[in-house]
Design a protein around this ligand. Structure first.
Ligand SMILES: Nc1ncnc2c1ncn2[C@@H]1O[C@H](COP(=O)(O)OP(=O)(O)OP(=O)(O)O)[C@@H](O)[C@H]1O
Length: 703
C-alpha cells in the first residue's frame, strides 16, 4: 500500500530503526564468529580474550523493550572536528538519506543508548554520550547549537509510534512543553529504577558531563533526579575515560541494600556492567558488626576528632631507644648508638608517610647506618649486605621495640576497652564525659568476639588507613550523602584521594544524629574542599500539590533551603484523611486496595514500629505485600515500607500511615519531621495520608 504523506516520515524513521537493528545484529554476529582458537598466547590470554568477547556479545544484545534510539538531531552545517569524536567518520546519515539525494549542508544523527554502525562503518546510531549528541540535551531556542531540528521519538511496546519536532532556529515556532517527556515521567513504575537517557534535562546534563577532574556536589530537593544524574554521570565518565577508569575503578555508594537493589539495573541498561555498588558499612567491613551504639556514642565516634585520637593511638607504641643497636657480622661488631637511632626515628615520625611504610623503612635506615660504619671501618659492603643487615636479629629487635607492628582492629578494640589508653590518646581532644561515652559498656575480649558497632567499623577503617594507605578509585558517586558522619566522609574520601567524586544529597532529608548541616563542611571532611556545589530544584517525581504540602516542613527542618517546584501539576494527587483510631488499620488496607486498582506500584509507608501490625492487617485482608529491596512486578505491586527505609525509593501511589507516629519514631522532633518529609515525597502520581492522631502542627499551612 502506498504510504500516505502524513505517515511517510514516521515510516522512514521506522525503516531506520529496522536497518539499525539489522546493523546491530550484524555487529553481534561479527563478534560471535570470531575464532580465537589460533590465537597464540597462554591459556590466561585466551581466557581474558574469551571473556572480553562474551562481554562484547552481551553488550551488543538488542533489548526489545529498550528502543535503539530515542532522538535525532539535524544539524544546520557539517559538524566540526571537535564534535566528530564518537561519530566515527563524522557522517552519520539516516538510512533514507544515505546514497545521494539527502541533506547536503548539515548531517543527521540518531541518538541512542549505544553506537551502531553499518557494514561500511558508517554510524546508524550515535551513543548519547558522544560530543555530537550533547546538543540533544542542551540546545535551546536561545542557543540552538547549530541544530536545525531536534526530534524526539515515542515508543509503545518497542514499536516506534510517534515523534515530536522542535525547529530551534525557526522564530515563528513557539516552544511548547514536550508531551513525550511528560509521558516518560508519568509512565507507571514497576520494577527497578529506569534510566533517563532520553529525557535528561539541560541542568542535569551539565552535571552528567562535568569534567572528571573536579568533585561535584549536588544539593537537590526530593525527586530532582540526583540519583539518576549520578548514575548517568558514571556512564558518561566511563565513556569519556574508559581506559583510565577501567584501571582505577568506579564505585556507587548508597544508603542501604534496598536502595542499591532499586538502582542496580540502571548502569547495566546503559551498557555499563563493571561499576561496583556498596554501602558505607560494606566498604569498612573489617570487623563483623553485631552491636549498636547509644545515639550519643555513635555521634561521638563519627566526630572528626576521633581521627586525631586514632592517629595518636596508632603512634602510641613508638618508643625512642635508650640502648644502641649492635650488629654482629662475622668477627666484627657494628654499633649504632642510641642517639643516632633516635635521629632516624624522629626523622621518620616527621615524615608524611603511613605508619606501616615507616615500619618498613626503619630496618633499612638502621642497616644504612651500619653500612656507613662498615665503610668507615674499611669494608666495601654492597646493597645485598644492607638487606642482610636489615634482616639481622638485633635490627629486628630494635624495630620491634621502637616501632611495633600495629593491628588496626586490635588497636581500636584496646582504645574502646581500656579507659587509661583512651585517656592517653584522647587527652585534650575528648572531655572525660565524652571518653566515658565512647568506651564500650563491656570491654571487648578479642576482635572476633567483640560487639563491634557500625561506627566502630569506621574507626577500624581509619586506623587501617593510618597503617597502610587505602587504594584510591578513579571516581566515586556518593548518594544520600547528607546522612554521613565526618568519619564516614573520611572513609569515602580516602577511596578517592587520587580520583574525583560526585556527592549527591539533600540537607532536608538528613535523618542521622550526625547528619551534615552544610555541604562545605561535608566536603572538607571528604577531603575535597574545592568541590563545586550545584543545586537542582526542578522536581520530576512528586506532583506540585504534594511537594508544596511537604515543603511546609522546610522552615523547621532546613531553613536555608529553597522549596522545590514540580514539573507536573496533578490536581487531586493529594488526599488527607482523618479516621478514628480503631478504624485506622482497616482504612489503610482500603487505601492500599484503592491504589492497587490503578496501574503501577504502591508503597505503604509507616513508622517502623507500626509495620508488624500493618503487615498483619494486609495479610488478613488478603493483600500480598513485599519488603523494600524486593523487586516489584506486574503481579506484586504493593510494598510495605518502614519509614526508615523509604529514602531514595519511589512508588506511583503512596499511602502514608499516621505521620505523628513517623515523627515520634525518631529521637528528636527535627529528625522526626525530616523522616516525615522523606515519606511525604515518595509518590509519583498520588499520595494518601491517613491519620487518627493530630497531624504535626508544622504541616498545617495557611490554607
Ligand atoms: N530528566 C528526567 N526525565 C525523566 N525522569 C526523570 C528525570 N529526572 C529525574 N527523573 C525521574 O524522577 C524520579 C526521581 O529521580 P531520583 O530518584 O534520581 O531523584 P532524587 O533527587 O535522587 O530523589 P530523592 O532525594 O528523593 O532520593 C525518578 O523516577 C527519575 O527517573
Amino acid at each position: 500500500m502506498p504510504a500516505t504523506p502524513t505517515t511517510e516520515p514516521l515510516q522512514r524513521e521506522r525503516d531506520h530503526l529496522a536497518a539499525s537493528r539489522a546493523a546491530l545484529r550484524a555487529m553481534r554476529e561479527d563478534v560471535e564468529s570470531l575464532d580465537i582458537r589460533d590465537v597464540t598466547g597462554t591459556w590466561v590470554t585466551a581466557l581474558v580474550l574469551h571473556n572480553q568477547i562474551e562481554a562484547r556479545i552481551a553488550a551488543l544484545a538488542d533489548l526489545s523493550h529498550t528502543p535503539l534510539f530515542f532522538g535525532r538531531l539535524d544539524y544546520l552545517h557539517a559538524i566540526g572536528e571537535e564534535l566528530s569524536e564518537g561519530s566515527t567518520n563524522g557522517a552519520a546519515r539516516s538510512a533514507s538519506d544515505k546514497g545521494g539525494g539527502g541533506r547536503r549542508a548539515g548531517e543527521s544523527f540518531y541518538i541512542g543508548r549505544r553506537h551502531v554502525h553499518d557494514a561500511d562503518g558508517d554510524p546508524m546510531v550515535i551513543d548519547w554520550r558522544a560530543p555530537v549528541s550533547q546538543p540533544f540535551y542542551r540546545a535551546s531556542r536561545t542557543e540552538p547549537m547549530d541544530v536545525e531540528r531536534r526530534r524526539r521519538f515515542g515508543y509503545t511496546g518497542g514499536e516506534l509510534t510517534a515523534y515530536e519536532d522542535e525547529h530551534l532556529c525557526d522564530p515563528a515556532e513557539h516552544s511548547t512543553a514536550s508531551a513525550l517527556l511528560a509521558a516518560e515521567i508519568e509512565k507507571p513504575r514497576v520494577g527497578p529504577m529506569r534510566d533517563i537517557v532520553a529525557t535528561i534535562q539541560p541542568e542535569q546534563d551539565e552535571i552528567v558531563r562535568a569534567d572528571i577532574s573536579g568533585t561535584l556536589c549536588v544539593q537537590g530537593a526530593p525527586g530532582t533526579g540526583k540519583t539518576a544524574v549520578g548514575l548517568h554521570r558514571v556512564a558518561f565518565l566511563l565513556y569519556a575515560h574508559r581506559e583510565r577508569l577501567a584501571r582505577t575503578g568506579t564505585l556507587v555508594i548508597g544508603p542501604n541494600n534496598a536502595f542499591l537493589s532499586y538502582i542496580e539495573q540502571v548502569l547495566p541498561a546503559l551498557g555499563e556492567l563493571d561499576v561496583a555498588q556498596a554501602t558505607v558499612q560494606q566498604l569498612v567491613g573489617h570487623v563483623e558488626v553485631r552491636g549498636e551504639d547509644a545515639p550519643e556514642a555513635a555521634r561521638l565516634k563519627g566526630d572528626a576528632r576521633m581521627a586525631e585520637v586514632l592517629r595518636r593511638a596508632v603512634r602510641s607504641g613508638i618508643a625512642l631507644p635508650t640502648e644502641p643497636c649492635v650488629v654482629v657480622r662475622g668477627s666484627r661488631r657494628w654499633r649504632v648508638p642510641a642517639y643516632e637511632l633516635v635521629e632516624i626515628i624522629e626523622e621518620l615520625k616527621g615524615r608524611d608517610i603511613r605508619y606501616g611504610a615507616a615500619a618498613e623503612a626503619l630496618p633499612q635506615r638502621i642497616a644504612h647506618a651500619v653500612l656507613l660504619k662498615m665503610e668507615q671501618g674499611g669494608e666495601a659492603p654492597d646493597d645485598r649486605v644492607q638487606d642482610a643487615v636489615a634482616r639481622n636479629a638485633a635490627v629486628k629487635a630494635t624495630v620491634k621495640a621502637c616501632w611495633p607492628a600495629v593491628d588496626p582492629a586490635k588497636l581500636v578494640l584496646r582504645l574502646l576497652s581500656e579507659p587509661e589508653f583512651l585517656a592517653a590518646c584522647a587527652d585534650g581532644v575528648l572531655s572525660a564525659e565524652e571518653q566515658a561515652a565512647v568506651l564500650w559498656p563491656k570491654p571487648g575480649r578479642s576482635v572476633k568476639t567483640a560487639r563491634w558497632t557500625a561506627a566502630d567499623a569506621v574507626l577500624v577503617d581509619e586506623a587501617t588507613d593510618l597503617v597502610r594507605r587505602t587504594a584510591s578509585l578513579g571516581h566515586v558517586v556518593l548518594d544520600e550523602a547528607q546522612d554521613l558522619s565526618p568519619m564516614q566522609y573520611r572513609a569515602v574520601g580516602r577511596r578517592c584521594t587520587t580520583g574525583s567524586a560526585t556527592v549527591l544529597g539533600d540537607l532536608a532529608q538528613g535523618t542521622t544524629p550526625w547528619a551534615t548541616a552544610s555541604w562545605p563542611e561535608a566536603l572538607h571532611h571528604l577531603g575535597k574542599p574545592a568541590a563545586h556545589i550545584e543545586e537542582l530544584t526542578k522536581g520530576f517525581r512528586v506532583p506540585e500539590e504534594v511537594i508544596a504540602y511537604a515543603s511546609r516542613l522546610l522552615p523547621s527542618i532546613a531553613p536555608g533551603l529553597n522549596p522545590a517546584s514540580s514539573v507536573r501539576e496533578a490536581p487531586g494527587s493529594l488526599t488527607i484523611r482523618q479516621v478514628a483510631g480503631e478504624e485506622r488499620a482497616e482504612a489503610v488496607v482500603e487505601a492500599c486496595r484503592r491504589a492497587l486498582e490503578r496501574e503501577g506500584s504502591t508503597g505503604l509507608i509507616a513508622a517502623d514500629a507500626r509495620v508488624p501490625l500493618l503487615a498483619q492487617a494486609l495479610t488478613e485482608a488478603g493483600l500480598a505485600h513485599l519488603a523494600p529491596g524486593t523487586e516489584t512486578s506486574a503481579e506484586a505491586r504493593l510494598t510495605l515500607v518502614p519509614a526508615s527505609l523509604a529514602k531514595g525509593l519511589e512508588y506511583d501511589y503512596v499511602v502514608l500511615d499516621e505521620p505523628a507516629a513517623v515523627v515520634a519514631g525518631e529521637p528528636d522532633e527535627r529528625t522526626g519531621l525530616r523522616r516525615l518529609y522523606v515519606a511525604l515525597t515518595r509518590a509519583v502520581s498520588g499520595l494518601e495520608v491517613l491519620h487518627a492522631e493530630p497531624l504535626p502542627e508544622q504541616l498545617n499551612g495557611q490554607d
